[in-house]
Structure formats: C-alpha cells, structure tokens
Design a protein around this ligand. Structure first.
Ligand code: IMP
Ligand code: MG
Length: 182
C-alpha cells in the first residue's frame, strides 16, 4: 500500500538528487561571492525540500523567504492564471533574489513572478529550478540554474505533488497515468 506502486519509472534517485543539489549550491556560492544582500526565495509548496537541501549547500550568509502561488488546481496542466496566496514578508529593495522553484514547465508562474520581483526593486533576480521541462514552455523564461531536464511527463516526489500527494516521496519518478486518469 506504499507510494512505489503508483510510480511508473524512477527518474532521479536520492543519491543523484543529493549530488546535483550540492553542485548547484557550489555554483551559486561561487557566483554570489561578495554580494551581501542575498535572498533565497522558495516558491511553495513544491520547492520546500529542494530549498531545505539547496540552502544548506550554499556557503554564504543569506536570507530565506517563502511565497505561495497557485496556478494548477487539482489537475496536471497549468491553468495559466497565477495567483499569490502568500506574499513575501520583507522589502526586496537592493536584494539579489534567487527564486527557488521545483519545476519550470510552461513558464507561466515565473514569467509573472519575475515582473513582480523587478517592480519591487530587487538588485537582481535569478532562477534556480530543480527540474526543467522545456518541451512545454509557452513563455520566454530560462533558468539560470537547473538541476535536471525532464521529458514531458508528470513527475512527483522530492516536493513535487499530484493533487497534494507524493511530495514526501524521497526520489523523483514519473507518475503512472492511470493514477491521474491520463
Ligand atoms: P509553470 O507555471 O507551468 O511553469 O508550472 C510551474 C508549476 O507547475 C511548478 O512549480 C509545479 O508546481 C507545477 N508542475 C509543473 N509540472 C509538474 C509536474 O510534472 N509534476 C508536478 N508539478 C508540476
Ligand atoms: Mg511549484
């Protein structure tokens, strides 16, 4: 009765995730050396596990904050409508913001957020996404840091959900289409 029976294929194991996240952290540490106003901004809820691991792989003093948006509803396709459910709690002016996302899919969410963060006078805005699904992109958004490229399939685990479930799966896998009626 576990979760494994709902997974069609494992894409990234715990070990692969760990080593890739360490490498991303090291890259960010190099790139943001000497920038004293650094903020890691996690997009809830999908990036919560990635954020926890990535932030500990970055060896720089930085702040963390969280923003919650919704665009999906209960389905597997983006509605295109982005709504802020929980806003940032701090003033962004002068901060180098690294947006931490679970997956960059259509690009709708980040397209909307990039504008918003720039309006709030961030010194710079970069995107760090664990997964990139470029085949489905409809907005001109590219990640500055991306963990892995994934095929056009619905993936879950390591924070990513289907209908709010499977976030606690410790690895990333493709969900069996029969689980979501696909
Ligand atoms: P976008 O706005 O279409 O780029 O989608 C961004 C959000 O959709 C991500 O932050 C995820 O929460 C969700 N999403 C997109 N593809 C998947 C997937 O394969 N599995 C789980 N969530 C996904
Ligand atoms: Mg998300």
């Amino acid at each position: 009765m576990g979760m494994e029976q709902d997974i069609e294929q494992v894409l990234f194991t715990e070990e692969q995730l760990r080593s890739r996240v360490q490498a991303l952290g090291a890259e960010i540490t190099r790139d943001f050396q000497g920038k004293d106003k650094l903020l890691l901004l996690s997009i809830l809820r999908g990036s919560y596990i990635f954020m926890a691991d990535l932030s500990r792989a970055i060896d720089l003093p930085c702040l963390v904050d969280f923003l919650s948006v919704s665009s999906y509803g209960g389905g597997t396709k983006s509605s295109g409508q982005v709504e802020i459910k929980k806003d940032i709690s701090m003033d962004l002016e002068g901060y180098h913001v690294i947006v931490v996302e679970d997956i960059l899919d259509s690009g709708n969410t980040l397209y909307y957020l990039m504008d918003l963060l720039k309006l709030r006078k961030a010194a710079s805005v970069s995107i760090c996404t664990l997964l990139d699904k470029p085949e489905r992109r409809t907005k001109p958004i590219t990640a500055d840091y991306a963990g892995f490229t994934v095929p056009d399939a619905f993936v879950v685990g390591y924070g990513l959900d289907y209908d709010q479930k499977y976030r606690n799966l410790p690895y990333i896998g493709i969900l069996k289409p029969e689980v979501y009626g696909g």
